[in-house]
Design a protein around this ligand. Sequence first.
Ligand SMILES: Nc1ncnc2c1ncn2[C@@H]1O[C@H](COP(=O)(O)OP(=O)(O)OP(=O)(O)O)[C@@H](O)[C@H]1O
Length: 237
Amino acid sequence: MSTPWIDACGIHTFYGSSHILHGIDFTVGQGETIGLMGRNGMGKSTLLKSLMGLVKPRAGSVAVAGRDMTGKPPYEVARLGIAYVPEGRGIFGNLSVVENLQMAARAGTRGQRDWTYERVLETFPRLKERLGHGGQQLSGGEQQMLTIGRALMTNPDVLILDEATEGLAPLIAREIWRICSLIKDSGISSVIVDKNWKHVTQITDRNVILVKGQVVFDGSSDALHAEPLLLEQYLGV
Ligand SMILES: Nc1ncnc2c1ncn2[C@@H]1O[C@H](COP(=O)(O)OP(=O)(O)OP(=O)(O)O)[C@@H](O)[C@H]1O
């Protein structure tokens, strides 16, 4: 089997004395699209931050592309091809759409430049109409498109999307799901956190559910659909 892009073992993460993640194993294989689910406060964002080096796990290890990155800073993790779109986004509001995209441009870890400025604009027609606008003039949905577009400009191997469609109008959310499918088809691995399990499982190969900082389910979308009681018990649907 090829080396996974991300391979985390036995992660324990704390905020002060609060023990949030209790020994999580989490892998992202090459070309895999993974849904990370669970109710509010179960530790999804904390897991993503632990993978990215934004929060330092107290125990366990994180390998990226076969290299031990445990405790390494976020920019080093990002340089190994992991693009992270945090909850609540984080574009540069005082820069235009063009500037936000162009400042992110770089080749990927294998020199790939599949995602060019032109391709990103083709993928996000709405952004194309707003090139000169400042980041802060965009709607929430457009800001989310811009953050995803910016992440793609780095030609990542893995795209991590926290709360992919949170707070977006249904039509815009649908557009984000369309883009997630395109990203999957392009061969980029992704980890998608979203409340809408129906949309998530339509495009994911594998789904991981967290309850109180532990993995309670790790399986295919078909396996999850076949167990409606799990959905009710773990996701409250
Ligand atoms: N910076 C922090 N300091 C202290 N506690 C925190 C911090 N960030 C999160 N927590 C707590 O850690 C737990 C897990 O939070 P986390 O954000 O990882 O959950 P989540 O599954 O992503 O949920 P949500 O969908 O609400 O973001 C929660 O109890 C939360 O209150």
